[in-house]
Design a binder for this molecule. Sequence first.
Ligand SMILES: Cc1ncc(COP(=O)(O)O)c(C=O)c1O
Length: 314
Amino acid sequence: MFAHLPTPLERADRLGAALGFEPGRLWVKRDDCTGLATGGNKARKLELLVADALARGCDVLVTAGGPQGNHARQTAAAAARTGMGCVLAFNSNPPSRTESNQLLDVIFGADRRFVGPIAMDDLNSVVELIAGELRAQGRKPYVIPVGGSSPLGASAYVAAADEILADLGHDDVQVITATGSGGTQAGLAARLGHERVLGIDVGAVADPIATVRRLTIEVADLRGLPAPIGEPRIARDQIGEGYGAATRACLGAIRLAARTEGLVLDPVYSGKAMAGLMAVPRSELRARAVVFLATGGVPALFESRYEEWLTGTE
Ligand SMILES: Cc1ncc(COP(=O)(O)O)c(C=O)c1O
């Protein structure tokens, strides 16, 4: 409908050399190039979710996230593209500046609701309240959970795993991804198994292991895939002081990817995921192909709160 798929799988030999990989071992799956509203991983999920919404005759998408949410921005764009309304709930007070993702949300014509600083885990009940309000007005809302991580949304990453396997031509692979609401990792793991996927937690939800475990089972069930064996693998050492907090390792990762590959990572998700990949001992990455999933999120780089950190001296 609107996502540019399949996304390219690119060799990253210059970055690989800097990280101690032999040529041809490190790859980047370019899900930052999915084409919807500057791209990113949510386009795959929205492709399935919006099709479901239209099939059910819904006329407005309702979702939630942090004030700089990429999922919210891409949902607003998907709504515009398909002629639906869009209501976005943010777990913050109204921001003092309308910048980065917020600016795009406004341009796409989304109805923005700032519900105050509540936990990300509590946002889904706010979305239900808004949906109730819309129904009372005669609208037909389609509720999308935080991050688009319903079983259907997460199942979009089964196809991404298939693309990776087809492009590599073998299945000796280790995929590394940022893990927020957990759907991306769960979809990959439903296809590849937990062992071949490493999530780097960015601190979005309280218990990412339980979230990914549950979602992987649900995606496998939905897609008729074998029940996943073992446990989700999630590294939790890159969060720093919390979701969105700037860390030294993330800054190093953003600069290294940019300066070796011209690859743009973001400060909240993919920068931390790359920092996580850099922190894994090479002895633990034995697969023939190590695939880093670039998930987008680029607008966050232009938030004024990151300017000093991103431009500071090394
Ligand atoms: C840029 C980016 N990368 C990664 C993720 C994590 O994906 P998931 O929420 O499916 O764990 C998100 C989620 O918001 C994101 O916006």
